[in-house]
Design a protein around this ligand. Structure first.
Ligand code: ATP
Ligand code: MG
Length: 511
């Protein structure tokens, strides 16, 4: 093992060190380019190996500490006299303030270094040496899995690979949040690449792709065997799988009397031996129309509601695709909603999918899955007055899915518009740049881990930089998201290029 790298000495500065923070004087500041905010460091305190990360760096110079002296020299025609006349540069020094995380208790085992991390109860010792934390200890401390982890990029400052432990990320739910153009879809495709390239032990992945951004993955030779794209234009709900209450969800204005009547018609159709349990909405409408008995006005109302639903062309005799046998471990099923404009239809599709997947998972009929929902504020909005059809089932999976290994990932550019119930269950958060103060506040309200300090940092993240926090890691960590291995054809589309392509197309059309 290489000897630890000393970078400074603990010293007293403004009532510090205390239990939570310690300052140290940086050694060879000008040569030590590694020393930056965010670097993980340690010192031996009375309690043991005290680990923390640099929170602040302050440069001090006694020559420039007295405002009156500087002012009088400045007025003396030669503003640089202070610099040239005295060895002021030699008196410049830097201190770093470290946020302490805990005391590492080391293990006896060879492979595992950290036994546990204890809370600190005593400050660091002034005069003690400060070192950079060794990479292998850091990996364990953060909770990375260096062998089988998902490589999402590099940890900022230390630049070690961010090998996120898949089990920890997918055991509970996670969200990906940022402003529009912040890099959510990019990060999702990096995550998909990592999951799809794993040899074994990967859940089945289902992706609700609102804009058809991910279909390109199915054309990549290394991945295409593991990817199936379903255009929802051909999506069919098996009408026989719907109870009268499901219809009330789709047609809220159905009265309880109408639901009761509808339930009886459904029972009748289920018993029909000719149909063998397979019927579509037209069959249901015909049955009601041809029923000689029953209250005429109830029947008329029911027919009206059902015909209106039938116009969506969603309710068939059989489910398409058949969810029972299309899902495989380690494979990706993309539902592309690109050609759907009607938001109600999109919500019905998502509602049906979520219900079926969760139902089948509970019965262990399908493998453990990861369900990723793009633009999730459209399907699980916060607003109380919003009647999003799919909201209830998404909130249910968020609350109960973990017990059945049904992991949910919600992606959104408007966290404020996303259901707080669902958001608060998103245990891990992958947060890219968010600027809107209302979104940041909503995030702070839904997770106590997002402090004001983190909120400030989130608002200044650049493209491709993210904060990973929650169950996936032991401590919040900043990561530079890696480049994706397989480029999307739309990635380099500039406005100029798109206009040029369009002009070419227009000329061809004229010909
Ligand atoms: N890690 C990254 N490395 C390099 N470029 C990136 C990275 N992340 C994002 N980008 C660039 O930013 C662009 C926008 O990213 P992306 O489409 O993922 O944003 P988004 O958050 O999904 O936006 P929207 O909310 O509008 O869907 C990408 O086309 C890409 O060029
Ligand atoms: Mg996107």
């Amino acid at each position: 093992m290489s000897s630890p790298r000393k970078i400074g000495t603990v010293y007293n500065f403004q009532q510090l060190p205390d239990v939570a923070k310690f300052p140290f004087i940086i050694k060879n500041r000008k040569r030590n380019l590694l020393i930056q905010k965010g670097l993980f460091v340690y010192t031996q305190s009375r309690e043991g190996y005290l680990i923390g990360s640099i929170d602040k760096i302050i440069i001090l110079n006694e020559y420039f500490s007295d405002a009156l002296t500087i002012k009088s020299y400045e007025e003396n025609n030669n503003p640089n006299i202070l610099k040239g006349f005295f060895p002021s540069d030699d008196f410049e020094y830097a201190i770093a303030i470290v946020n302490c995380f805990g005391i590492i208790e080391f293990s006896e085992k060879e492979k595992v270094k950290i036994k546990k991390i204890n809370r600190m109860t005593y400050p660091a010792t002034p005069g003690a040496d400060v070192y950079v934390v060794e990479q292998s200890i850091l990996n364990e401390f953060i909770g990375f899995n260096t062998e089988y982890g998902l490589n999402l990029g590099n940890v900022k400052v230390t630049r070690c690979p961010a090998m996120v432990n898949m089990n920890r990320l997918l055991n509970k739910h996670f969200s990906i949040l940022s402003i529009s153009g912040g890099g959510k879809s990019y990060l999702t495709s990096v995550l998909l690449e990592e999951l799809l390239m794993r040899e074994r032990g990967t859940p089945s992945i289902i992706l609700i792709d609102v804009h058809g951004e991910y279909s390109y993955l199915s054309e990549i030779s290394e991945l295409k065997d593991k990817i199936h794209v379903e255009d929802t234009t051909y999506f069919q709900i098996a009408t026989s799988k719907l109870s009268a209450w499901s219809f009330k969800k789709y047609q809220r204005k159905l009265s309880y009397v109408q639901v009761r009547e509808l339930s009886q018609y459904i029972q009748e159709l289920k018993k029909d031996e000719d149909k063998q349990g397979k019927y579509d909405l037209t069959d249901l409408i015909t049955l009601i129309e041809e029923d000689p008995e029953g209250n005429k006005s109830t029947k008329q109302a029911l027919i009206g509601w059902l015909m209106e639903l039938n116009r969506l062309h969603l309710f068939g005799g059989m489910e398409n695709p058949n969810l029972n046998n299309i899902l495989r471990s380690g494979e990706l099923l993309i539902f592309s909603l690109e050609n759907e404009i009607n938001i109600r239809k999109k919500q019905i599709i998502v509602d049906y999918l979520c219900n079926r997947l969760f139902f089948m998972r509970r019965l262990n009929k399908i493998p453990p899955f990861l369900l990723i929902i793009e633009e999730s504020h459209q399907f699980c909005p916060e607003a109380a007055e919003s009647k999003a059809i799919s909201k209830s089932i998404i909130e249910t999976i968020a609350r109960e899915g973990r017990k059945f290994m049904a992991c949910l990932s919600l992606i959104s550019q408007r966290p404020k518009k996303l259901s707080t119930t669902a958001l608060s269950q998103m245990n891990s958060k992958l947060i890219l740049n968010i600027k809107n103060p209302y979104d940041l506040k909503h995030l702070m309200d839904s997770s106590e881990a997002v402090t004001k300090e983190y909120a400030d940092m989130i608002s200044s993240l650049g493209v491709g930089e993210m904060l990973l926090m929650g169950n996936a890691v032991n401590y919040p960590i900043f990561i530079s998201v890696r480049e994706r291995l397989f480029k999307s054809p739309s990635e380099n589309n500039s406005l100029t290029q798109t206009c040029l392509d369009w002009e070419k197309k227009a000329i061809n059309m004229d010909d």
